[in-house]
Design a protein around this ligand. Structure first.
Ligand code: CP3
Length: 355
């Protein structure tokens, strides 16, 4: 088994006892950090940064140099997978992601195939190996991918959407085509995550950012079924250790018990639901990850501390909590707020776990 100085994050996901609650933040490497903006300017575009192994490694480590976080997450994006399928990802400055060739015609959908992650996504695997080397056993490295449904949203809409009109039209009018896209995307995500595990990722997270825009029935059919397929296909053990998986459906609170039943080790929670109530619903079947509203970080440090304690106390002294935000950290966050957050989570949870 490879040496790991701080395995608190992995222990929490295994629902084993810990001395304190581990903490990391979605999008922890990013624009709120001046050192990220500096590296990003050197790289050129965001995609150039993702494709530059050394610089992707550098920005992955930046938040860990500043804060005593308990895990690192690969610096990349969920949309590298549809890009590798030939859809042509680009980022229009200030407007978010776009595809040059979104899926519109039936023949385009029928021609879709899962990329070979060790060829078309070699740059991601190179980043994973280099980050693992650089971390040198300090904290675990999390790999990630988008959920089939969330990837399909971007592949069909071609960009971020507010009403999901095109993809929902397809889901209701041509479910056969919708299922074909989701099925190819699920195969792609499984191969991509397993390649990340092979390259050194010690846990994996699936981001279902847009599952919450669906009705319950549509969620089960078009998102949850494919999350379950992804989880079932994952490599479970590597280097003599379990490689835990975390599934995060933003807006999925209403379906929490169903999500907790698909076989992942952890379930991510957005900020809308009280995490104590969430725990009461899932018991100790899965670990929970979350769930501070990222906007709390705009308040003064004492408020950040109070709200972080509220989340810790709501979960209580049980094993199985990974502290996180309920969604990605905002680019406008003052970096000092994160000091207050991480310090409070560690200090207050030590007391909680010692009691
Ligand atoms: O958590 C981490 O630190 C790892 C890095 C990471 C990024 N994107 C970096 C990024 C992760 C895990 C993602 C996931 C991702 N990407 C999701 C799922 C999570 C979520 O937020 O719901 C989604 C939907 C995307 C697609 C995407 N990528 C969008 C909508 C945007 C634009 C967002 C914005 O704020 O402008 C991106 C770009 C992106 N991905 C940035 C970063 C740091 C900003 C890039 C920059 O301009 O420097």
């Amino acid at each position: 088994m490879s040496r790991l100085e701080n395995d608190t994050f992995l222990r929490a996901l295994a629902r084993q006892p810990v001395d304190y609650t581990p903490v990391w933040m979605m999008r922890q490497a990013g624009r709120y950090l001046p050192e990220y903006r500096e590296t990003r300017a050197r790289a050129g575009s965001f995609l150039d940064l993702c494709k530059n192994t050394d610089l992707a490694c550098e920005v992955t480590l930046q938040p860990l140099a500043r804060y005593p976080l308990d895990a690192a997450i690969l610096f990349s994006d969920i949309l590298t997978v549809p890009d590798a399928m030939g859809l042509g990802l680009y980022f229009a400055e200030g407007e978010g992601p776009r595809f040059e060739r979104p899926l519109r015609e039936e023949w385009e959908i029928r021609n879709l195939s899962a990329p070979d992650p060790n060829v078309e996504l070699r740059y991601v695997m190179d980043a994973v190996s280099e980050i693992r080397r650089a971390l040198n056993g300090s904290v675990p490295l999390i790999g990630f991918a988008g959920s089939p449904w969330t990837l399909a949203c971007y592949m069909v809409e071609g960009r971020s959407s507010s009403d999901y009109r095109q993809i929902k039209t397809m889901a209701y009018a041509r479910p056969d085509l919708m299922h074909h896209i989701l099925s190819v995307a699920a195969d792609a995500v499984v191969a991509y995550l397993n390649a990340q595990i092979e390259a050194g990722a010690q846990a994996v997270m699936v981001f279902d950012s847009w599952g919450g825009v669906l009705s319950e029935a549509a969620y089960r059919e078009f998102s949850l079924a494919y999350l379950e397929r992804v989880v079932a296909g994952l490599t479970r053990e590597r280097e003599g250790r379990r490689v835990p998986s975390i599934v995060f459906t933003k807006g999925g609170g209403l379906w929490l018990e169903s999500i907790a039943a698909i076989g992942s080790d952890g379930v991510g929670l957005d900020w809308t639901m009280d995490i104590g109530r969430a725990r009461a619903l899932v018991g100790d079947r899965v670990a929970l990850q979350g769930n501070l509203d990222p906007n709390v970080l705009f308040a003064p440090p004492e408020v950040v501390a109070r709200e972080a304690c509220r989340v810790l106390d709501a979960f209580g002294p049980h094993p199985g909590h990974v502290f996180n935000l309920g969604h990605g950290i905002s680019q406008f966050t003052p970096p000092e707020s994160v000091d207050a957050l991480v310090e409070t989570v560690h200090r207050h949870s030590r007391r909680l776990h010692a009691a």
